[in-house]
Design a protein around this ligand. Structure first.
Ligand SMILES: [Mg+2]
Length: 364
């Protein structure tokens, strides 16, 4: 089999939101942007991947079309690790994170989808002969800022079956409001998205101690200050999570050596796809670090994360971005049942994007 064509499709999916406008990369976020990677083969099997696109899809698409696709056409899609390493080596001078690695991630996920479809097996069974059938999901709330709204949305997510809630807030008052709304038994996390100095992060972490957070995520600016994160862990008194901005397994090695995190959060569409994720999982296990993947997206990247979590023997939660889209290209498989995402059992990732949803929401 040979790779015959690679193309990109960008969708803008409107979503429901209340309260303050949601900001992303310095701009209001009015739709969830999804960058699909379609890989065709000369034997008629099509694989689907997802590359990180929100805010950066013009660059990621150009990287795929101009740099990555020409290096892949004509190759055997079954040689995943060889092709993956070849692309990493050839493109390393153009960046070890950012759009180059986002592009590689989308390609890699499509290759694994093809591998599963060729074998007639769901991806999780390619990776493990006895995978889990479902994975507990946590509701990853949007940022609401207004404390009473944070409490209301937290309680709403619990009423919809979630047993784990994550806030995207920076205030202690919002964390307390959420805890009061959901009671003591639901697990609660808070994602700050890199706002503080190390000293400020330690101070906030200490104030948050009695809220009972399972983790405080990305408390420190800049995100790659692993020594700083280690200091917050040591002095703040609550567990720390980070990793969605790491570009490859070497970054995670440095993070683990620095004892920076209790929970590692590789993002499959940002750090190299399934192939690189498997390396991070192995490394995390050898360091005794738990993995809680970042998957605040809704396409093949979410499904790939689900399959990898299902195949991983240790327990994980999967991140489900808590917002209702006007339409899901993957239909219902991305919606949890009783707080758990069920692994689709069709070959490959288990579901292809719906052409009708693509036609309706395609922007490029
Ligand atoms: Mg995060």
């Amino acid at each position: 089999m040979k790779i015959s064509a690679i193309s990109t499709i960008v969708l803008r999916l409107p979503f429901q939101h209340v309260g303050s406008p949601l900001l992303f990369a310095g701009k209001p976020r009015t739709a969830m942007e999804m960058l699909l990677v379609r890989m065709d083969t000369d034997e008629g099997i099509t694989g689907w991947g997802e590359a990180f696109g929100p805010g950066i899809w013009p660059a990621t698409c150009a990287t795929i079309e101009n740099l990555v696709a020409p290096l892949c056409i004509g190759h055997d899609p079954a040689q995943i690790s060889t092709l993956h390493e070849d692309l990493q080596r050839k493109l390393h001078a153009l960046g070890r994170s950012g759009s180059v690695v986002y592009a590689l991630s989308g390609l890699d996920i499509a290759l694994w989808d093809i591998a599963g479809k060729s074998a007639g097996l769901p991806l999780c069974r390619l990776l493990n002969s006895a995978p889990k059938r479902d994975v507990p999901a946590y509701a990853s709330l949007l940022r609401y800022i207004e404390p009473s709204l944070v409490g209301r949305k937290s309680a709403e997510a619990v009423s919809r079956g979630y047993g784990h809630i994550k806030l995207h807030e920076t205030g202690v008052v919002q964390a307390r409001e959420a805890r009061a709304a959901i009671g003591p038994d639901v697990r609660l996390m808070m994602d700050a998205n890199c706002p503080w100095s190390v000293a400020d992060a330690v101070a906030v972490a200490r104030e948050l101690r009695d809220v009972g957070l399972t983790w405080l995520e990305e408390p420190v600016w800049p995100p790659e200050d692993y020594a700083g994160l280690a200091q917050v862990r040591e002095q703040g008194g609550i567990p720390v999570a980070a990793g969605e901005n790491a570009g490859n397994v070497m970054d995670f090695g440095q993070m683990f050596s620095a004892r920076a995190v209790d929970y590692a959060q590789p993002s499959i569409i940002k750090m190299g796809g399934v192939t690189e994720m498997l390396k991070v999982l192995k490394l995390a296990q050898s360091h005794g670090v738990m993995v809680m993947p970042h998957s605040a997206y809704f396409g093949p990247g979410l499904l790939a994360t689900l399959h990898v979590c299902a195949a991983y023997p240790a327990s994980t939660l999967i991140e489900r971005y808590y917002c209702d889209l006007d339409a899901s290209p993957l239909g219902e498989v991305i919606n949890p049942v009783n707080g758990r995402l069920v692994v689709p059992q069709a070959p490959g990732l288990g579901a292809d994007p719906d052409p009708a949803v693509i036609r309706r929401y395609q922007t490029l």
